[in-house]
Design a protein. Structure first.
Length: 281
């Protein structure tokens, strides 16, 4: 199903996500396409859109706080020796066209624009696949090409002087509940242990749902995970963890994250088995 502004992803005929390609958002939210709501096969929502704690968290998508000084994350910008600061530096991701559009996925072209100029061009490929009667996988690939005449670099609050805040890239704002979700990887437990690690996968398990995030290429697996559960539930893959990521003119950065969306609370063995099934070699 497709309208001018959104499409619905389906797995085995059941709707599991709505993708909004042309959202109407305030410039300070760094307008960009997003998936919300995303649900389990039983219909439990596992995303949030503009929650009160972070209005610029928009379900599932790609958000980067610093592309050559331009904010494609939304909200305040972390300035070295100054802290979070309101700046007029927000960019937007503009939907250009769908190259492919099916009930179980799409290929989209986007332009990343700031200060009236295009900085990056993106090709985004999203696919929804059934895994079991109670789980499915969201396969999300993005390719960012520097279309300017010179080099660009991607940064984060961490590379700008805020330790532990290396967010930027694929990001999933999860459902906030009375209790924070459990966090675990193949061999660690807890937010502190998972945050900043280069684990093959990381899971959030809430009240009747589990999300398992897996880097699906060697290059993606080299990016550490950004993990939050106590302050708010969210997981991302960090493009700029310890240093800025250079993108020379004409060059392309590609990342692929596959997320298992399951009903119930998976244990470690169940999570690992579903990741193996979801991530094709």
């Amino acid at each position: 199903m497709m309208t001018n502004e959104s499409l619905v992803l389906r797995v085995a005929g059941r709707p599991v996500g709505r993708y909004t390609a042309r959202p109407e958002l305030a410039p300070t939210l760094s307008p960009r396409p997003y998936l919300h709501p995303v649900t389990t096969l039983a219909g439990t929502a596992v995303t949030e859109l503009s929650p009160a704690d972070h209005l610029h968290h928009l379900g599932v998508g790609v958000a980067v706080p610093d592309v050559e000084g331009h904010n494609f994350w939304g909200g305040r910008t972390f300035v070295r020796d100054q802290g979070p600061t309101e700046l007029d530096n927000h960019g937007s991701q503009r939907h250009t066209a769908f190259q492919l559009r099916d009930p179980d996925g799409f290929v989209e072209e986007l332009r990343w624009v700031a200060a009236g100029a295009e900085l990056l061009r993106e090709r985004r490929t999203v696919a929804a696949t059934e895994l079991t009667d109670t789980s499915w996988a969201l396969d999300f690939t993005f390719s960012l090409t520097n279309t300017t005449s010179g080099p660009l670099s991607i940064g984060s609050p961490a590379t700008n002087g805020r330790p532990g805040a290396a967010y930027g890239g694929f990001f999933w704002r999860a459902r906030k509940e009375a209790e924070p979700p459990a966090v675990f990887t193949a061999d660690t437990e807890g937010e502190d242990a998972a945050h900043g690690t280069r684990a093959g996968w990381v899971a959030l398990a809430g009240d009747g749902w589990t999300l398992v995030f897996a880097g699906a290429t060697d290059r993606t697996r080299r990016d550490p995970w950004f993990v939050r559960s106590t302050e708010y539930p969210g997981v991302g893959s960090s493009l700029a963890h310890e240093e800025r990521l250079p993108v020379p003119a004409g060059e392309t950065v590609v990342r692929r994250v596959v997320t298992v969306v399951a009903d119930g609370r998976l244990d470690r063995a169940e999570a690992a088995a579903l990741v193996r099934k979801a991530v094709s070699p």
